[in-house]
Design a protein around this ligand. Structure first.
Ligand SMILES: [Zn+2]
Length: 183
């Protein structure tokens, strides 16, 4: 590994989560790691340089890679644009919340269908609410809201590979902001 300098961020007070963000992407788009006593090993963070056939841009997603290790993929602008730190931190803590809450064990299409139905009814799905609650625990309300507002401005299509439409995504982000403000 060449000169691998990084910045370290610490989230949470009692149970800490450490983010190591590399100054330059390493091989295979790796840009950082998350580490904590809350989970085993390290969770790699990758940037997503690929665009889908429909040019849909995804801001973040949680995947299980080889060796059953989870990875978080983020849109590259979240890594390269220093102005988007709240958006980056929110995305990472929200995705980590999905992992921590065991959401990967539920069938993705089942989660997706319920999520769409909830948005149509002006609600936020249980998985999304719980992932946001996790993010609030480590970042605080103010930073999470700032991150969610940043996502609306960026107008990236959706989290995860399922791809909510951009309109649906904005509607859900607005609902999520309101829920956090009211909590
Ligand atoms: Zn989510």
């Amino acid at each position: 590994m060449q000169d691998c300098s990084y910045k370290k961020y610490i989230f949470g007070k009692k149970e800490r989560i450490y983010l190591y963000l590399l100054d330059e992407p390493y091989i295979k788009g790796v840009v950082g790691f998350l580490k904590s006593k809350l989970f085993d090993g390290m969770i790699g963070i990758h940037i997503n340089e690929e665009k889908g056939a429909d040019e849909e841009l995804i801001f973040g997603g949680l995947y299980i890679g080889k060796n059953e290790q989870p990875l978080i993929t983020i849109h590259k602008d979240l890594y390269t644009d220093g102005q988007l730190r709240d958006v980056l931190f929110l995305t990472l803590m929200h995705e980590l919340g999905h992992y921590f809450n065991g959401d990967l064990r539920t069938c993705p299409s089942e989660i997706y269908e319920r999520r769409i139905r909830d948005i149509e009814n002006g609600a936020v799905s249980l998985e999304e609410r719980r992932a946001d609650a996790f993010a609030v625990r480590y970042l605080g309300k103010k930073r999470v809201i700032s991150g969610l507002e940043g996502l609306i401005k960026l107008n990236l299509a959706a989290e995860s590979t399922e791809g909510l439409s951009a309109d649906m995504c904005v509607k859900e982000l607005e609902l999520r902001i309101r829920l956090i403000k009211d909590s």
